[in-house]
Each structure stands twice: as C-alpha cells, then as structure tokens.
Design a protein around this ligand. Structure first.
Ligand SMILES: Nc1ncnc2c1ncn2[C@@H]1O[C@H](COP(=O)(O)OP(=O)(O)O)[C@@H](O)[C@H]1O
Ligand SMILES: O=P(O)(O)OC[C@H]1O[C@@](CO)(OP(=O)(O)O)[C@@H](O)[C@@H]1O
Length: 510
C-alpha cells in the first residue's frame, strides 16, 4: 500500500488514484463494477450516480481519478450492476474504503459481493495505485507513453502535447493555466497488432443483450431499499464524517487508460466561456488541475439545448478506416470531457445474425440482407438515442451507412433528438486498401472461423464490390469528408454546413 504526503508547494499538486478490480466472473455474469462514495463526483452515496469502471481486459476493470490535494476524506465502495440495468446493484461487503486527505493510503482488501442465491459470492482483487502529480505530469505522461517510455502517470497517458507547447505551458501554467488544446495528440487506438479489434471495444448492444444473470440475485438499490448492504445512507460517514455538498469540492475523473476526464464542474465562473483559455486571474481555481484542466473549457457546448447532443454518423465503404477513426475520435472527445460512446453496427449484426455471414449477405439486391442490416442499424441508433436521453452527449455511429435511404432513416430517427454530422471516409489508394482489407480479414470476428486466409480475403473483396455497386457519397446535411488521409499524398478534408463549438473541434482534430 503506497503512502505519501500530499504537499502542495507553489502549484497545487494533485493525487492521481487508479483503482482496478480483477475478477474473471464479472464478465461471465454480465456485471459491471462501479464506484460510489461520499464525494459528489462519486454520487454522494447515491448508487444510481455511481461511476462505472471501464473494462480494460477480460477480467480487469479500472477507474482513475485526480483529486486536488486539499480534498476532504473520500469514502467509497464498489458495487456491481448488471450491464444495461443501472437500477439494480449489489454493494460490496465490509466497511467503506477511505481516501484520507493528506495521504495516498487506500484500502486494498479484496472486494466481496454476496448474492442470495446459488451463486454465493464473488470476490474481486483490488489494486490501487496513487501518485502525487504536478499539473504537468498528466500531460507529460502521455508524451512518454507515446515515445514508448514508461509514462510518469500510469493510466493517464492519452494526453499529450508537442514539445513546443509543453515548454510553453510549463512556463505559463502556474499563472495562466493556458494550455493549447490544439497541440494535444491523442493516441491511435490499439489496432494492427492483431490483438485488439477496435469494433470489439465499442458499446455492447443493450437492446440485444440480456443481463446473463438471474434477476433474483440482483437487488433494487433505489433509495429507501430495506436491504442493509445495498445502500450506504445518503449523508453518510459510518464514522460520521461530513459528506460535502455538490458544490464544495472539485475533482477530475479520468476514465482508465484513456484518460477521459469527467468533470465535477466548478460552480464559480473561473473558466472563460468564450475561448479555450482559463482566466489567469482566477483565485478560486485550484492552481492547476493537471493538463486535463484545459479540457473543462472544451466541455462547453454552445447553442440551444437540443444541439448539445451530437451524432457523428460514419459513412464509407468497408476498410476505409471508419472504425479506426471512430475509436480515435471517441478517445479525443472523452478526453475533452464529453460523454462519448462508440456504437458499431457490425457488433450488433454479429450478435443478431452470427459471425459467419458470407459476402452474399451484403449484396445490395439481397432484400433480406438489406432488411437485416437496416434492422440492426436501427437498433444501434435507438440504443444511441436512449443513451443520449440518459445524459450521453456525443454518439459515434459506426457503419457503412452507404446509401442515402439508410442515412435518411437515421436522420428521421434523430429528428428533435440530436444533431447529425456525417463523417465520410474515402480512400482511393489501392495499396492502402489492399493492406486494409487484409488487416480486416485478420482482425475482424467475421473471419475468425475462416481457416483459409486467402479465401477470407476473396470473400471480403466480394463484399466490398457489392457495397461499391450501391454506394452513394454523402451530399446531404452537415458533413465532413476525409479523402485519402492516409495515402501519403496529403489528403483533404471537405466540409459542408459545419458550425458550432464542438463540430469545430472535431474538424480540427480530423
Ligand atoms: N482515413 C483512413 N483511410 C484509409 N484507411 C484508414 C484510415 N484511417 C485508418 N485506416 C486504416 O484502415 C484499416 C481498417 O480500418 P477499419 O476502421 O476497420 O475500417 P472500416 O471500419 O471502414 O471497415 C485500419 O487498420 C487503419 O490502419
Ligand atoms: O449495415 P451497414 O451500414 O453496411 O454497416 C454495418 C456493416 O459494416 C460492416 C461492413 O463490412 O463493417 P464492420 O467492419 O464495422 O464490421 C459490417 O460488419 C456491418 O454489418
């Protein structure tokens, strides 16, 4: 168990806390671990506001957070919720865990969850890493990671800036907190290694999945539930410690390795709303909340409320880098602080229709195939819109969406619910395409059971040819076209009817 004094010095240091839970059974049981606790960011002991941990590996779940050095004692507990059902949960047994101010000591005893049926109990290993960081550690960490060095702050490594802006920021940070978001580099998703297929990391189709565990092992944990171990009382502190009101404290939550910050938004207006800079006069702002602090500014979306929900709808033939781009954009937007999710229609299709569809399934004149594909696309869109209604901000909708009629369907579904921007990826470079196609056959679950690699490539090329026959480039609505961006010949971006703060950032990023 690590212990360190949290000293502030001139610039307020922060405590980076990375919590991991390891248990192979959670995934089997369809359970997602969450953290909830006394801090408002952790839901003020309201289990419905618990923070979901992110699945990092099959059996490992993580959540990272950055708390200012002057944070008060933070008590917390783990709880389990079934996937897609946030109203039920099982809270871990035993006393609260505490993150005490002035110390980075955190309880690492195993987390024990008891069910009241034949499943008995589930025990998870708990790992906690803490590290005191300066405002720049977060930023420098990713840079080190990117250069294949050990990141200084493990788990906070997807924030980076180039050397020029780093030194600029170092000089100006203490007084001005001026970080140039344009200089941040977001890592590319882990693809190409053959280990991770980005589509597999996208949202699980909630409309197609059952929880996988019997409902009687789960409990309703809404306030007032009689079950003693399910709900830690609202104004808690088994030890009587004070639970701070919502406004009292700030913390920055960072989603595991991706570093996506979730902000407990400051209530005072220390952040300039009109540009991506912090008010250098702000006395109230903790001296620095890490490099991610600048992202708080980026979290401001202008315009009418309905415009605050944004759907980025990918368009493009297979093997044009849609999933890759979607994954990268997801990371970027999360890092900026926007609740972002990536919905991959291929994942829905595979779940509903299996992984062994041949090229024939994708023929434009295969009525059943087209209907089946439209059906799963509609399901994914519904899931995305429901998630937005629950508070999600930016949904990235990843499919070929290669015909106008499909896109019309999506636009209709989105009417009055969110704004749509089409993001079309076009690639005409034969060499790039050949490489991409082979990579797809290597990585896509669609070919996982195909033992003859070349036969897989032939099937994929056939699929592609069917798509080409019916493909209609985007000419409607708001769109961004990325043309030959990886061909080495420069590439270009075409933009139509894009306005607003966040769309602007997205275009910049692309
Ligand atoms: N803008 C792009 N144009 C062409 N290929 C790209 C682009 N971006 C990434 N790629 C490459 O395309 C490969 C296939 O990408 P993927 O995202 O699975 O395609 P899609 O989702 O369009 O079927 C990736 O391995 C990546 O290296
Ligand atoms: O229904 P459309 O829009 O074709 O898009 C979804 C399809 O895109 C595909 C096209 O090959 O992409 P993915 O690479 O994401 O798996 C299929 O898996 C998926 O069924």
């Amino acid at each position: 168990m690590a212990t360190a004094a949290v000293s502030s010095g001139g610039i307020s240091d922060q405590l980076f806390v990375s919590i991991k839970l390891e248990c192979p059974r959670l995934d089997e049981l369809g359970l997602v671990p969450h953290v909830f606790g006394s801090h408002p960011v952790a839901g003020s002991w309201d289990s419905s506001k618990a923070l979901p941990m992110e699945q990092e590996e099959a059996a490992v779940w993580g959540l990272s957070c950055v708390v200012p050095s002057h944070h008060e004692t933070l008590d917390f507990k783990f709880l389990l919720k079934p996937k897609g059902n946030s109203s039920q949960c099982i809270v871990e047994e035993g006393p609260d865990r505490s993150l005490v101010c002035g110390s980075s000591e955190v309880e690492t005893r195993n987390a024990l969850f008891k069910f009241d049926d034949e499943l008995g109990a589930v025990e998870c290993k708990v790992f906690v890493e803490t590290e005191i960081l300066s405002p720049f550690d977060l930023a420098a960490s990713w840079k080190a990671h990117q250069e294949h060095l050990q990141p200084r702050v493990r788990g906070a490594h997807d924030v980076s800036m180039n050397a020029e802006s780093e030194s600029r920021a170092k000089n100006g940070f203490a007084s001005g907190l001026e970080l140039d978001l344009e200089k941040y580099v977001v890592p590319t998703p882990n693809m190409g290694s053959g280990v991770v297929y980005a589509a597999n990391l996208t949202e699980n189709p909630r409309s197609l999945l059952t929880t996988g565990i019997s409902s009687n092992i789960l409990h309703n944990s809404i306030k007032g539930d009689a079950s003693p171990n399910l709900y830690a009382s609202a104004n808690k502190g088994a030890d009587g410690r004070h639970v701070p009101p919502q406004e009292e404290q700030r913390a920055i939550f960072v989603d595991r390795g991706v570093g996506s910050p979730k902000f407990a938004r400051p209530t005072n207006e220390t952040i300039s709303m009109s540009n991506a800079k912090f008010d250098s006069e702000a006395k109230d702002m903790p001296a620095a909340e890490g490099a991610v602090a600048a992202a708080a500014v980026a979290d401001q979306m202008y315009g009418p409320k309905e415009d605050r929900k944004l759907a980025i709808v990918l368009v493009g033939l297979p093997a044009r880098g849609k999933t890759f781009t979607a994954a990268k954009l997801t990371r970027y937007l999360r890092w900026l602080g926007h609740e972002t999710k990536h919905f991959n229609v291929g994942k829905y299709r595979r779940l509903k229709h299996g992984i062994n569809q041949t090229a024939d399934f994708f023929r434009g004149d295969n009525k059943e195939g087209v209907e089946a594909r439209n059906e799963v696309a509609a399901l994914a869109m519904e899931d995305m819109l429901s998630w937005m209604q629950e508070g999600g901000q930016v949904g990235i909708f990843d499919a070929t969406n290669s015909t106008r009629s499909r896109r019309n369907m999506l636009m209709k579904m989105a009417e009055g619910k969110c704004k749509i921007i089409f993001l079309e990826t076009i690639c005409n470079d034969k060499d790039v395409l050949e490489r991409n196609m082979r990579l797809k056959v290597q990585q896509s679950p669609d070919y996982a059971e195909q033992t003859d690699f070349e036969a897989g490539v032939r099937d994929f090329k056939e699929r592609l040819a069917y798509y080409e026959k019916v493909y209609e480039p985007v000419e409607e609505g708001s769109y961004v076209k990325m043309i030959d961006m990886v061909s080495g010949s420069g590439g270009q971006l075409q933009i139509n009817d894009i306005s607003g703060y966040l769309p602007g950032r997205i275009v910049f990023f692309l």
